[in-house]
Design a binder for this molecule. Sequence first.
Ligand code: F6P
Length: 565
Amino acid sequence: MVVEGPPPLAQPERPFRAEDGTILAMITDTAEFRALADHRVAMADLHLRDLFATDPARGETFAATAADLYLDYSKNLVTAETMTLLMALARRAAVQQRIEAMFTGEAINVTERRAALHVALRAPAGTVMIVDGEDVVPDVHRVLERMADFALRVRSGEWWGYTGRPIRNVVNIGIGGSDLGPAMAAEALAAYADPALSIRFVSNVDGADLTDALAGLDPAETLFVVCSKTFTTLETLTNAHSARRWLLAALEEEAAVAHHFVAASSNPAEVSGFGIDPANMFEFWDWVGGRYSLDSAIGLTVMIAIGPERFRELLDGFHQMDRHFRTAPLPANMPVVLAMLGIWHGNFLGAETHAVLPYSARLRRFPAYLQQLDMESNGKSVTLDGRPVATSTGPVVWGQPGTNGQHAFFQLLHQGTRLVPCDFIGFLHPDHPLGEHHPQLVANLFAQSEALAFGRTRAEVEEEETDPELVPHRVFPGNRPSNTILAPRLTPRLLGELVALYEHKVFVQGIVWGINSFDQWGVELGKVLAGRIGRELTQPTPPDLAHDSSTDALIRRYRNEHRNR
Ligand code: F6P
């Protein structure tokens, strides 16, 4: 559905954003925001049943296409007027200009004074993308070539382990963006992976993670890909050191490390300090945020699994969505539409969370991936200029694949007291040979969004001669919003499109809220405290504890338990 043209609104008292992107007013102070608040009141008694009854074409007009994706957003509590008002808010927030600022390499990550140019990672060779006066695309392709060369050598058995045996196991060590993206993608694209390779992921500093990942592996046939942008992350370095000890316990010679460890990082000094040959480091740049790094060298394990050609298809998928995002008019721009619907739900309808429900077992890690993407990006409570925001920002993102979720938490979605907007994601074709499963899977997806939207009225329940006492229990209120994203099949290209769709959605929401979606200062305090507490737990002499009484007591309890061991 395309709603063109500016809405008939008065100008805000103050402009929201200056030419250079700085925030001049709260988004809540704009006439566009207030118009939406008034509109919400006028919409209070509308039910999706009425909206569909009065507009028979609604199911097809409230829809958008981008690359291979089809978005049906008709089952949201919106009218054409709502969409017009939401697009007016997007214009007031200067969404189009900020999109250009991102693509042209402006330092939009203001608190870290750098660009957020992940779109350059999937720009075709020959494209020009400038950061600090330099075209970064040639460098991106140089690293991609090195990755491809290495991945092919591992896949063909030409990259030997120290004893001359080919690599059969690849263990990715990383955490956060250096784990969630590659782990999600490797699982999503399992149908395209080389079955001769066993691919594993280790992230947690809980030693059980590494222990389980290494179980049954022969060190002589195992390659570790250590992924860390900073190469200082406690979890990753702890796991990498333990992995090195495991390797050397079997292969004995220090020289074995060079054959069995490679790194993806932007910190060559720390990588070589660990003992990894800089020739075996695949670099990326400070303008790539951790949660936006799947398509950088951090994707090396995925490339080894599916091969360079498929990896390039993945990048092409990202790029197709980037092009759409940069060029499509706002009302037809899929990331913008999703973003503004999310703002409608969160800022005007009171939704606190957002469920992501892929009807695909292979996308089982997609909700966890989106949690970092969305919550680390938009879990912020000050604007770009440091003032407290005046409205709620990023939602709690959660979810599980269908149909499993139906037998777990869908009860609350249908009959609970909370409004939980949902994204259903499904595919027209399966990527497995068991054809008879697929119509059942898709039928469940369509059934759930229908049930959420339309429910079952008291009259309908009574018509079924239901025991009168049970009638209230069997009524489904409906009117619960959802998007349905449909795609032909789960391919590398498609996965790229899907990830880029959500990356850009999150960015647009950050623009409207006037926050920085590209920093993550909120993770720092816990890291600092963990360092101090780690020393207090293990130092031989009793520490002078000076935390709060709760934390001190917990530390003492741990130390007492370990005193005589
Ligand atoms: O702690 C959060 C974080 O900084 C994420 O933003 C990042 O993806 C993750 O840690 C891992 O960081 P690195 O790749 O530097 O090890």
